[in-house]
Design a protein around this ligand. Structure first.
Ligand code: SIN
Length: 536
């Protein structure tokens, strides 16, 4: 079965929906999403969206903060472009109806997060992602040029490979003609032919045991593009959020927004010490990679399962008003954040690397764009500055819509693409094999490819991942398509790429920290030598 559309958008978070709304002025847009329209990473974003809004802030300060966080690995041209276009894109969101919080005097209430030298984060309480997602969904559902397919899982990108040609990695002539998409309800695979395809599938969180990402975040877009021989880069830069609620067994981990530290909350170890001062002069508001490693180190020194985030010195009314989501979630678990310290641990949160794209969001594969967390634009470098991800998504979605929209007239459908071949596949009875393999991948990645790495750990991870890869590929070839087997295949692909890129990087920089390579001097002195360092 085949369907045709001008723009095939895979994913329905801020990047995919913003693109869809802008591209619908040029042609017919089809959005496919493997779950429901609002099952996205975007919905979970608490903190907000960064942009320069008023003095004393200015573009140079936001650029400098982004470059410092990125630890020398950002593309400065991209950083300048994103920072300077950000205010216009925020105005677009406001026009669409996103209710960013205002102060009593009518001006926008700008928050501050780690690594930012100024208050520049627009937010809606501590539910910014949800507010943006709702607003965009409302608009998309009303747009007559946009069609939405929920419970439709994109499993493979269509390229010359499907016309019988041999396609080599990074070959400049690869073109994308759409995707094979599994209709999960009716259990059939549709060949969606498109003139332009957009991968906006979000994060990779479920490659790890603990993550703030929802269960849909299985790195599908990155795995698909990698299998289609597109360029994927910087996957070693996995961002761990320093403060998720310590609540063993709960998936996803509940995020305790960094904006809370921007509001005055302080990290403390079990002895009650404000330990961050020993690691960085910015204390609890240092960039995320520094705070995460410091927490990891403190937990190892003392053998503790978590550290504390203390906001008991802050105004109870202010806390409840600014952070209702955190307040309510914690109170339901017996923690009153106005009176009790919050137990927190670092967990996987964001992928800074991804599908390499140019300034218009175009990947190395012609007619294929990648937007949002799935992409690697050059903005984040080795470590993303807090709240720079939502703004990256809207800036690149705008550019990609204009760029692809203007070339639509030159593109045609590739009608020779065959229908999906079901031959030799049967229903998979052994679901337990899949669920067990998913757990194994997550254990391997969390134990050996987490916050602190070494050559030996990475080698061990690779050996184990290769076994899982072989087993899963053979299962995949024999099975009828199911969501779980596709997700397992994708997390194995993504895990493999992370390990490979981490092994190639023979230094400690930004989010990639290996005990085998000394950390280069950065803007701040190195943390003190710990009394007990279990990593040696
Ligand atoms: C947070 O609210 O701490 C998360 C914001 C982000 O990841 O940029």
């Amino acid at each position: 079965m085949k369907k045709r559309t001008d723009f095939l958008v895979i994913g329905s978070g801020i990047a995919g929906l913003t693109f869809a709304l802008k591209a619908s002025k040029f042609g017919k847009v089809t959005i496919v999403t493997k779950a429901c329209l609002d099952d996205t990473n975007t919905r979970y974003a608490q903190g907000g969206i960064a942009a320069v809004f008023r003095e004393p802030d200015n573009f140079e300060k936001h650029i400098k903060d982004t470059l410092i966080a990125g630890d020398g690995c950002c593309d400065e041209g991209v950083v300048r472009m994103v920072v300077s276009e950000a205010p216009e894109r925020i105005k677009d969101l406001i026009k669409l109806g996103v209710p960013f919080d205002k102060k009593e005097d009518g001006t926008y209430d700008l928050a501050k997060e780690g690594g930012h030298s100024e208050h520049r984060i627009l937010h809606h309480k501590d539910k910014t992602g949800e507010a943006i997602q709702k607003t965009l969904m409302l608009r998309v559902r009303k747009d007559p040029n946009i069609e939405i397919f929920e419970q439709h899982f994109a499993i493979e990108l269509l390229t010359q490979h499907h016309l019988g040609e041999v396609v080599k990695k990074n070959y400049p002539g690869i073109k994308c003609y759409g995707a094979y998409v599994a209709d999960l309800v009716n259990k059939k695979v549709i060949a969606f032919l498109s003139k332009v395809t957009i991968v906006a599938t979000g994060g990779i969180g479920n490659v790890y045991l603990t993550t703030t990402n929802p269960e849909i975040a299985t790195g599908d877009g990155i795995a698909m593009v990698y299998r289609a021989k597109g360029t994927v880069e910087n996957m070693e830069f996995v961002q761990f959020h320093p403060t998720s609620l310590y609540d063993p067994g709960t998936r996803p981990s509940f995020l305790i927004t960094e904006a809370l530290r921007g509001y005055g909350a302080v990290l403390k170890n079990m002895a009650g010490e404000d330990f961050m001062k020993r690691y960085d002069s910015r204390g609890s508001l240092a960039p995320r990679d520094i705070v995460t490693r410091a927490i990891d180190n403190e937990m190892k020194i003392w053998g503790d399962d978590h550290v504390w985030l203390d906001c008991t010195h802050l105004s109870p009314e202010g806390l409840k008003d600014h952070f209702p989501n955190v307040f309510e979630h914690c109170i339901a678990r017996g923690i009153d954040i106005t009176k009790d310290k919050i137990p927190v641990v670092p967990v996987q949160h964001y992928s800074c690397g991804g599908i390499k794209v140019d300034i218009n969001g175009q990947s190395s594969i012609d007619r294929l764009y990648a937007l949002g967390e799935v992409s690697s634009t050059g903005l984040h470098g080795a470590n993303r500055l807090a709240s720079n991800s939502l703004i990256e998504a809207v800036v690149f979605a705008h550019r990609a819509a204009l760029h692809s929209g203007n070339r639509l007239g030159d593109l045609t459908f590739e009608e020779e693409i065959p229908n999906w071949d079901y031959k030799g596949t049967t229903h998979l009875e052994e679901m337990v094999l899949i669920t067990q393999s998913i757990k194994e991948v997550q254990m391997i990645m969390s134990n050996y490819v987490g916050i602190v790495r070494s050559d030996l750990r990475l080698e061990r991870a690779m050996v184990r991942m290769e076994i899982l890869y072989q087993e899963t590929e053979s299962l995949y070839k024999r099975s009828l398509i199911s969501k779980k087997i596709c997700e397992l295949r994708n997390i194995i692909n993504v895990g493999y790429i992370i390990i490979k890129h981490a092994r190639n990087r023979k230094e400690s920089i930004g989010l990639h920290y290996s005990i085998d390579y000394p950390k280069k001097a950065r803007t701040e002195p190195l943390p003190p030598v710990s009394p007990v360092d279990l990593d040696h």
